[in-house]
Design a protein around this ligand. Structure first.
Ligand SMILES: Cc1cc2nc3c(=O)[nH]c(=O)nc-3n(C[C@H](O)[C@H](O)[C@H](O)COP(=O)(O)OP(=O)(O)OC[C@H]3O[C@@H](n4cnc5c(N)ncnc54)[C@H](O)[C@@H]3O)c2cc1C
Length: 313
């Protein structure tokens, strides 16, 4: 029997877990992730208002991976054909898939993460007034969750832009604003609350001088790309100005035939939503499957600037 190729997947989020699960039958897969669990990101905000929900959305890697190995540590660098981890492991690969998304400083065990949601709920339950900082998708969704489950709470959402969820079209922004205002959420646009170490209530003052009284606040501003660990590695020259990895149409790192980047860390020109993460990972997946099984050496080149460049099967 042919020796299976070694595929190392760095990052146990949406992209990494899907690639690891799909490939584990055909390859010798190692998943490197500092957490013992996968967390469904779209459920995060529901879990704040309903922590029991997290019982279903925090899944231990050992519960869904049958043959793949999980190294519970953060990757620290890539050197030659090895990934070096914070725990001192050197994990060799034939193929590497980098999927470290955006930064997450949460706990490494599932039990601690569950407790964290319980603590968030407690903080929320004890607050009559709530301040949400940031009117992107996370801030808007959190305001919606709280307004739905706790209609009696006074919610204020402060957003620096002139419309909510700016990466979507104006119609979506207007719809979100109308929905929140119907639920009595006070939405303040074109203003900001400075977020720093000392941010504490109950008295907040916005940059424009508006005073807000709130028993609890939630910071919902954009996260950074999780690529700082690559800065001291052989691959640092492939990071663009935003810290994303430069990839070709098959999600391979530019100029590398055996290294891929999938998800929020890849500098694909398509919008970074999960639906697209899954399309994009399927391209990497198809390329990887073919490479791993030795059926093809190179894919024909495709443009990565639009969805219709993606394969349909
Ligand atoms: C609250 C919330 C709601 C969202 N809702 C939606 C939605 O409704 N629709 C949608 O399309 N998108 C949504 N998103 C965005 C979506 O979750 C991301 O696009 C998606 O998770 C990206 O997947 P990824 O695999 O690239 O990275 P992630 O899912 O962010 O996973 C990154 C993984 O890398 C690991 N990691 C980080 N650093 C290292 C390291 N040095 N070594 C090893 N592992 C490391 C982390 O532990 C994590 O497991 C939401 C995001 C959030 C936070």
């Amino acid at each position: 029997m042919a020796v299976k190729k070694r595929v190392v997947v760095v990052g146990g989020g949406v992209g990494g877990t899907t690639v690891a699960k799909k490939l584990e039958q055909d390859a010798d897969v190692t998943l490197i992730d500092p957490k013992e669990y996968y967390e469904v990101p779209f459920a995060q905000l529901r879990c704040i208002v309903e922590p029991k929900f997290a019982e279903r959305t925090l899944i231990k890697h050992s519960d869904y991976l049958k043959t793949a190995r999980h190294v519970q540590s953060a990757a620290e660098s890539v050197s030659g054909s090895e990934v070096i981890t914070a725990s001192g492991d050197r994990v060799p690969f034939d193929f590497l898939v980098i999927t470290t998304g955006t930064t997450f400083n949460g706990p490494s065990t599932r039990a601690e993460r569950l407790k964290m949601f319980e603590a968030e709920k407690k903080k929320l339950s004890g607050a009559n007034t709530v301040l949400i900082i940031g009117g992107g998708p996370v801030g808007v969704e959190l305001a919606g969750e709280i307004a739905t489950d706790f209609p009696e709470k006074k919610i204020t959402l402060v957003h620096s832009g002139d419309r909510l969820i700016e990466y979507l079209g104006k119609k979506a922004s207007q719809k979100a604003l109308k929905w929140l205002r119907n639920k009595k959420v006070e939405v303040i646009l074109n203003d900001r609350v400075e977020v720093g170490e000392g941010l504490a209530g109950p008295n907040y003052v916005t940059k424009n001088g508006t005073r807000i009284k709130a028993d609890a606040h939630f910071v919902c501003i954009g996260k950074r790309v999780g690529s700082s660990w690559l800065r001291n590695s052989d691959l640092s020259y492939l990071l663009d100005n935003e810290g994303r990895l430069k990839v070709d149409a098959n999600m391979r790192l530019e100029g590398k035939s055996n290294m891929f980047a999938v998800g929020d860390i890849a500098n694909t020109k398509v919008c970074l939503s999960c639906a697209l993460v899954s399309i994009v990972y399927s391209i990497a997946q198809t390329s990887l499957n073919m490479l791993v099984s030795g059926r093809v050496e190179f894919f024909s080149s495709r443009a990565n600037s639009s969805c219709d460049a993606m394969p349909t099967s």
